[in-house]
Structure formats: C-alpha cells, structure tokens
Design a protein around this ligand. Sequence first.
Ligand code: URA
Length: 254
Amino acid sequence: MHLEEILYTQGFGTRRVCAGLIQQGFVTVEGRPQTDPGADFDTTGDTLRFTVQGTAWEYHEKAYLMLHKPAGTECSQKPSTYPSIYTLLPSPLRLRPNKGAVQGVQAIGRLDQDTTGLLLLTDDGQFIHRMGSPKHHVPKVYEVTTKHPVDAGQVERLLAGVVLDDDPKPVRAAACEATGELQLSLTLTEGKYHQVKRMLAAVGNRVEALHRSRIGGLSLSDGLAPGQWRWLATDEVEALRNARSGQPKVGVGR
Ligand code: URA
C-alpha cells in the first residue's frame, strides 16, 4: 500500500495532508525516514510500525481496542455532563475514515458515567453488530459494590430472575456469587439500560460502585490504568467473535 494511503487509512488526515506530512519529512517507517508518498509497503498481518511527527503508530486494517473506562466519563460522542470517553483516545483513532467519511472508532455498547472498567471500541461495523446481536449473547462480568450486605436470598433471586419495570419477562444473571460482604460478581448476557443497578434494586439492594472486569474470555488488563487503552491482539478479537453465552468465566483473573 502507498505510504500516503497508509497514513490516510490510519486517521492522520486527508490524503493531501498525509502526502504533505511525508514530503516534509515527518514520517518514518520501521525507523527509516520517508519522503515519497507513493512508496509501497506491505501492510498484511498488521505488523507495520511507523511514526508521524514523533508519534509511534501501528498499522491496523481495522481497529479493535480495549479502554479502561474511568468514572466520570460518558460513552457518548456528544456528552451532556461529563467528558466523553473519546477524549481519552489519540486523534488518529477518532479520525479514521470509513467509506470516505471521518468516523473513528465507536464503543461497543455503553457503560454509565459512574461505571468503570472494560470497554471495547472498534471501527468494524460488522463486529459491533455481532457483539450486540441478541443471538450472540456474550457474557459480561461485573464487580458490584453494594450499599447493603449481600445475602444468599438476593443471590438466589438474581440467578432465578427478577422483573424490571420495562418488561414483564424476568432477567436473570448467568452467574452470580457474593465475593465479600458488600461485593458481588455478576455475569449478564444481555445489556439492558442500567441493568445491574435495576436488578440490584429489584432484590432490595443498591449499587454503590460498578466495574466491568470481563467480556467473553477477555479480562481488563491488569497493567491498564483508568483512562488508558491498548490494541487487541488478533487472537483476542477472534475469541470475542466466537464467544458464546454459557461459557462465563466468573472469578477468573480477579
Ligand atoms: N449495568 C448498569 O446498571 N450500568 C452499567 O454501566 C452497566 C451495566
């Protein structure tokens, strides 16, 4: 692929801007300075490394990443009260083109402003669709801090199913275990609005803090501080594509 096209597809600006960056000597590929926008590089396997104005970047045909969402951020492009999670991402991730338009990566589902933890983002529309499809039901694990002590009756009711106010069909936790007096690990395979908070309220308790630790087989990386992100490896993306409900791994990786 031509170098100008590589930069363009990775979100470094219009083709013209990218050509200018290269011609002015702001780009290196695999450590070597480049000035020809038409220079050809092999991008197969997503292994190409380059820098633009000193910023190191990896070529990715499609972007898949995990973000450690901090509290006090909104998962919206147009937040109402708190800063958007998108402000935590470098501009190329927000400016990646899709079918000629600037689109950037998008969060797969949303977490509440006060929820922390694992959030996936991508610019692959089919992947977003697949992960959100009702047929796919990828298990998501939440670590819940409760206001009142968790008792066995509450755990039983969460597993048996509780009725929320917008649907007479009960929703149930795929897995649920008390992990401390005020701690619960809860696995859900659906993603209804405020689902954990509403389920806890339905059993007479209240969520004080909520953290998503796992989606399918993928845990939030230990080394990733709140606000930090990292690329997903190809095998992690494949595992998510093939994740099915019925395989929740509650308790692993904590
Ligand atoms: N359930 C909630 O109540 N809030 C979240 O952010 C995620 C799941």
